[in-house]
Write a protein that binds this ligand. Structure first.
Ligand SMILES: C[S@@+](CC[C@H](N)C(=O)[O-])C[C@H]1O[C@@H](n2cnc3c(N)ncnc32)[C@H](O)[C@@H]1O
Length: 213
């Protein structure tokens, strides 16, 4: 686990709260293998939120190292605290904007899996520019996945799922699995908080799985 400020954020003034969390902001290249001790199997989760998926997956697969990036410092702090309490040494959690950070990650082909779960809290058309799954991100997914590596995207918003699928299908080096990219179940077992909630209230979940050729 990367170093983190030990003082509890509740004791800090608002402007300093959670600012000690590890960050992937800046201009320098990012080498996930260096961060994760050159483990043979590296994964990336973008927008891990409350960290249910990333912690469960790390616990189930101690040999897998997972880099998580999240724009909310508070989430990074809280999930890192829980991961520490669970003794998870294969999780590497950072604050940052994944849309920007992925462009600095090196080398190409460094991840076996990339996960983007329920990335779409913004409904209004003017917020569309904030969307995480966009053509630039799809190009970075192609660059960062190892051959036969997989990208898994989930959402409970049907039109967003259709849009993400089109964005991913536009990359010739991403092969859609399942039914033209849609799969019925989460093949990774671990679930996010949003996914659990959707299942609980019987909302449909649209799941997309693509493989790097
Ligand atoms: C709707 S929540 C879903 C959280 C979690 N993945 C789940 O399924 O329960 C979307 C999450 O993505 C994060 N997020 C949004 N844009 C991001 C970006 N550009 N880089 C990293 N995280 C981002 C948000 O802060 C939020 O925690």
């Amino acid at each position: 686990m990367a170093h983190m400020e030990s003082q509890h954020p509740a004791t800090l003034p608002p402007e300093k709260r959670y600012h000690g969390v590890p960050s992937l902001t800046g201009n320098d290249p990012i080498f996930p293998a260096d961060i994760m001790g050159h483990a043979p199997h590296l994964e990336l989760e973008i927008g891990f939120g409350r960290g249910h998926f990333i912690r469960e997956r790390a616990q189930q697969h101690p040999d897998v190292h997972i880099l998580g990036i999240e724009t909310k410092r508070k989430m990074v702090f809280e999930v890192a605290q829980k991961a520490c309490a669970q003794g998870l040494s294969n999780l590497h959690l950072f604050f940052g904007d994944a849309r920007e950070a992925v462009t600095r990650m090196q080398p190409a082909g460094c991840f076996q899996h990339i996960f983007i779960h329920f990335p779409d809290p913004w409904w209004k058309a003017r917020h569309a520019k904030r969307m995480v799954v966009n053509p630039d991100m799809a190009a970075q997914i192609v660059r960062l996945l190892a051959p036969q590596g997989r990208c898994f995207v989930q959402t409970d918003v049907d039109f967003r799922a259709a849009h993400y699928r089109d964005v991913l299908l536009a990359q010739p080096q991403l092969r859609p699995l399942g039914d033209a990219g849609y799969v019925d179940e989460n093949p990774f077992g671990a679930r996010t908080a949003r996914e659990k909630r959707a299942i609980e209230v019987d909302m449909p979940v649209y799941r997309l799985l693509f493989e790097r050729t």
